[in-house]
Design a protein around this ligand. Structure first.
Ligand code: GLN
Length: 624
């Protein structure tokens, strides 16, 4: 590499910042690349680390506290730090790691980011998601550029320095509209003691030291065992776990004790005693029926107050804003816990259907919509690998299932079964919502059974399909500038006036939704499909990319599908319209005699009157 490319400017330590440690030159051991303009004392950090085991809900804990502080008028920014070496979650198997969540900017990330977005009602970006892979890549690329001339590159201070740099950068720009965040919530994946997250833990210890007293609140989330054979709670595993945190040089400020039942006074006393955390900062975080009741439960125990005290933030609280936010949230949680007026069953086709984490956002979108519409929803997972046109009716009995979702997916497994399901629900007027792959399958089903293109398929499954109604289009890939990768992230969707889609989105002409796909409707078939009666009611503003399809309500009460993933943008207080429509139609389907007003006028459109049989020009005829 020519010397002219070499520069160490991007990793220079900030002399002003270092002066506090008595040295102001770069040779000091207090190496810390501080982003320009960073003000020490301006931002606070809440660090949540796990002990005993992972999967305890650090994300739920962290997002609930962040919500409480946001409701008080503070600006918050969460960050998830993953130990694995993948650059993002794009290539992870959702059946092993849970759903791949997609952010507005196209970042493919951990499903916890979905929890943060839903809880905070705040869009996140790539700055809120860090993996070891990203950190190492950054360091190694900088090393090749000559960014560390004269020094060996080490885990400490360089890797830890990069972690701190990212956190401080987020503090400066991760608030609403790119402004500063008052409090950054840092969630470290895995548990303390794991090899792979050790440098994060060390970086956070350093951050707290450098930013000084009252800058950082460490929360150790632990687990209290209650073995059935003993019938009582045991604190030893939790003690040992917390000890690892202290061995790493971190004194926890708060203990959050996960358990099935409320953690007993005795156990809390023991944990307080062994970890130097006063009793009033040892909290029981036992199981609750819904994660959305956790913030208020935490508040009831005074957790938010303790965090404000530790961080000396009481003076920044805005009580009127907090009252308003709590009232709105309470309205939602009281609906959540109230008895429901309706009971419905929604079928979801999914491979390895038992693993619910792979469909976390769908689960949440259904929860939001059904809460607003007062419906108890039972989910029935449908393994489509066994389903054929001949036996579909026994798998999807119309009197037991009131709506069907075909979710996103990759590869050919269960594809034919999905198509058989869609044909069945289209013919019988069962409410249908297709998500991404479910959109593509609906197009194939329509092409095969209504347009009689028997060999219609997607090139994902059959690269040599005679009628590739769904295909990968290189020209469009070029237009989108995405090369061979997937079309990722939020895009505008123009809605057709008077369509079901525009009704659901309350008359909006353009909406923004999140995509993650490689294949799409082949433009060569758009005219034929449209003439055959399929309505493409959502389109890309400039390119011939079909983004929503529907059937006219004269022929089907609710048949709609999206090339995007509507489940990713559903929020508790702003449930996603396509899910609201599905649940409302499923309620109507389950109780045909119920007056529509008893369900919801807003989400159930009265179908326009049929103008005689001739208007029904496409073959809406049971075909099996
Ligand atoms: N496999 C399809 C595609 O790549 C659908 C993707 C999805 O459902 N997320 O286009």
């Amino acid at each position: 590499m020519p010397p002219s490319n070499r520069s160490s400017s991007d990793v220079k330590a900030d002399p002003g910042f270092l002066a506090q440690f008595g040295r102001s030159d770069e040779t000091t051991e207090f190496y810390s690349p501080i982003p320009d303009g960073y003000q020490r004392g301006r931002h606070r950090y809440v660090v949540v680390v796990g002990t005993v085991m992972s999967g305890l809900g650090k994300g739920i804990f962290s997002s609930s506290v962040a919500k409480l502080l946001k409701d008080k008028g503070l600006s918050v920014a969460p960050i998830k730090m993953e130990g694995y070496l993948n650059i993002d979650s794009g290539t992870l198997n959702p059946y092993r790691h849970g759903e791949v969540f997609v952010l507005d900017d196209g970042t493919e990330c951990d499903m916890d980011l979905g929890t943060y977005e839903r809880m905070l009602d705040q869009n996140l970006s790539r700055a809120n998601f860090v993996t070891s892979g990203q950190i190492y890549t950054e360091i190694l690329e900088r090393e090749r550029r000559g960014g560390y001339l004269g020094r060996d590159v080490q885990m400490i201070p360089h890797v830890t320095g990069e972690v701190k740099r990212r956190i401080r950068k987020l503090a400066m720009t991760g608030g609403p509209d790119g402004g500063p965040a008052d409090v950054v919530f840092i969630e470290v994946g895995g548990t303390v003691g794991d090899h792979e997250n050790a440098f994060y833990i060390e970086a956070l210890r350093e951050l707290a030291f450098e930013d000084g007293p009252e800058s950082t609140c460490f929360v150790a989330l632990t687990y209290v065992l209650e073995p059935q054979i003993l019938g009582e709670q045991k604190s030893k595993a939790a003690q040992l776990g917390i000890k690892r945190v202290m061995e790493a040089g971190i004194q926890p400020d708060i203990l959050a004790c996960r358990a099935h039942n409320p953690v007993t006074e005795t156990v809390r006393q023991k944990l307080a005693m062994f970890s130097n955390v006063p009793m009033h900062r040892v909290f029981s975080m036992h199981d609750r029926e819904s994660i959305y009741t956790i913030p208020e439960a935490m508040r009831g125990e005074g957790l938010d107050r303790e965090i404000l005290s530790i961080l000396n933030l009481h003076s920044r609280v805005h009580p009127a804003a907090e009252d308003r936010a709590r009232r709105r949230w309470a309205e939602f949680t009281s609906r959540l816990t109230a008895p429901r007026a309706h009971t419905i069953t929604i079928g979801i086709t999914g491979k390895y259907a038992a693993l619910r984490d792979a469909y976390a956002s769908i689960d949440k979108a259904i929860e939001h919509a059904s809460t607003h519409l007062s419906a108890n929803v039972e989910i029935r997972w449908i393994d489509t690998s066994e389903i054929t046109a001949a036996n579909v009716a026994t798998h999807l009995p119309v009197d037991e299932i009131h709506g069907i979702i075909v979710p996103g997916g990759f590869g050919e497994r269960g594809i034919e079964g999905k198509i058989a399901c869609i044909q069945h629900v289209r013919n019988l007027g069962l409410p249908y919502l297709g998500l991404c792959l479910g959109f593509q399958m609906a197009v194939i089903e329509y092409a095969r059974h209504v347009l009689h293109l028997e060999r219609a398929n997607t090139t994902e499954v059959d690269p040599h399909a005679t009628n590739p109604v769904i295909s990968e289009l290189p020209e469009q890939k070029k237009i989108e500038g995405l090369g061979g990768t997937m079309r990722l992230g939020a895009q505008d969707v123009d809605l057709t006036t008077d369509s079901l889609a525009s009704f659901l989105y309350d008359g909006a002409s353009t909406v923004r939704e999140r995509f993650r796909h490689r294949y799409e409707v082949d433009p060569n078939y758009i005219d034929a499909l449209t003439e055959g009666g399929l309505v493409f009611s959502g389109r890309h503003p400039q390119h011939p990319i079909m983004q929503i399809l529907e059937l006219p309500q004269t022929v089907h009460p609710y048949f709609i599908a999206a090339q995007f993933h509507p489940e990713l943008t559903s929020r508790p207080l702003r449930p996603q319209p396509m899910f609201m429509g599905l649940i409302a139609s499923a309620i109507a389907h389950a109780s045909p005699d119920l007056p529509r007003s008893a369900i919801s006028e807003r989400w159930l459109r009265v179908p326009p009157k049929k103008n005689g049989a001739e208007e029904n020009h496409h073959s809406f005829v049971p075909s099996a």
